[in-house]
Design a protein around this ligand. Structure first.
Ligand code: CUA
Length: 320
């Protein structure tokens, strides 16, 4: 269902509720302020009509209307739509783009890797990439989210763009939506999932198609670590074992437990929507991880030499 349809439905229901509320309040005021005997027969008619017949008719109508929308909600987004796999992890979001950025019309459903001939699958997979805590979408195009969880039940919710959907371990749930306006939106976890539930947010950027394609192309690329300060930072990153959990594509860091950092410097926030992403906050995150985000799995690196922490923060900021 499209966002306009949802908001139209919302205003209709709000209008209906206001009318019914006014009638009930009006009748209450009337009953309290008038002194006269009532005819038991007409009272019975009011009670049966207003208390049983009217709600039954209205609620049956709404139920039928609600059910009639189900087939559309169940239908997958059109072939070739952007498909984003998102996993909830305590307390961040693993984001995987599986779809090639541009798909010609009339081709096979490329949102599902299994539909590819085996010979093409590897190439397609290399076209996919992983990121974290930030989702970019082209404006006015249907997008399909495939949602799951790696630990407990989370709930994926972008209040300004659509309904929420549970993320359940061992199961895949779907959510389809079409963002209509360019802008930056906030997504949150809407199901209590432990200590840092309130610090489990993400950023959704809705951009023009051309900008989306540029972003997609850049995210797909491995990290560029050419300049010597960056190389020194990478060495430090590897020396302290950060690569056990984090991946930086194009380097020796291949860990998968924690967010992919290949382009961490390009994201708007750190620690899943919790801190602004700049060098100062990267430094703070490395140094005081546990107090910044309670319960976080990442060890604190506060014992590192000051200059090492600064270099690491600079290195991560540079991964654009
Ligand atoms: Cu994840 Cu609450």
């Amino acid at each position: 269902m499209e966002a306009q349809q949802i908001s139209r439905l919302f205003y209709w229901m709000l209008g209906g509720a206001v009318v019914i509320w006014l009638i009930v309040i009006g009748l209450t005021v009337y009953a309290v302020t008038t002194k006269r005997d009532y005819d038991p027969n007409s009272m019975r008619r009011v009670i049966i009509g207003g208390g049983a017949v009217f709600p039954t008719v209205v609620l049956t109508g709404l139920l039928a209307y609600g059910l009639s929308m189900m087939p559309d909600l169940q239908r997958p987004a059109p072939s070739g739509s952007v498909t984003v796999h998102v996993s909830g992890v305590r307390w961040w979001w693993r984001v995987q783009y599986m779809t090639p950025s541009t798909v010609a019309k009339g081709e096979i459903d490329k949102t599902n890797l299994n539909n590819y001939p085996a010979s093409e699958r590897a190439a397609t997979r290399s076209n996919a990439f992983e990121a974290a805590n930030e989702i970019v979408l082209p404006v006015n195009e249907a997008v399909e989210f495939k949602l799951t969880s790696e630990d407990v039940v989370h709930s994926f919710w972008i209040p300004s763009l659509g309904g929420k959907m549970d993320m359940v371990p061992g199961r895949e749930t779907r959510l389809k939506l079409r963002p209509l306006e360019v802008g930056t939106y906030r997504g949150v976890c809407a199901e209590y999932c432990g200590e840092s539930h309130a610090q489990m947010a993400f950023v959704v950027k809705v951009v023009e198609r051309a900008e989306f394609d540029l972003w997609f192309e850049r995210q797909r690329q491995p990290a560029t670590v050419t300049e010597s300060r960056q190389a020194a930072g990478l060495n430090l990153f590897l020396a302290h074992g950060c690569n056990a959990c984090h991946t930086i594509r194009g380097t020796a860091a291949h860990g998968t437990l924690a967010p992919d950092l290949t382009h961490v410097g390009s994201r708007a926030t750190l620690a899943a929507g919790w801190l602004p992403n700049d060098r100062t906050h990267l430094y703070q995150w490395l140094k005081e991880t546990k107090s910044v985000k309670p319960g976080v799995e990442m060890p604190e690196f506060g014992s590192l030499a000051e200059e090492d922490l600064l270099l690491l923060a600079e290195f991560l900021e540079g991964l654009k």
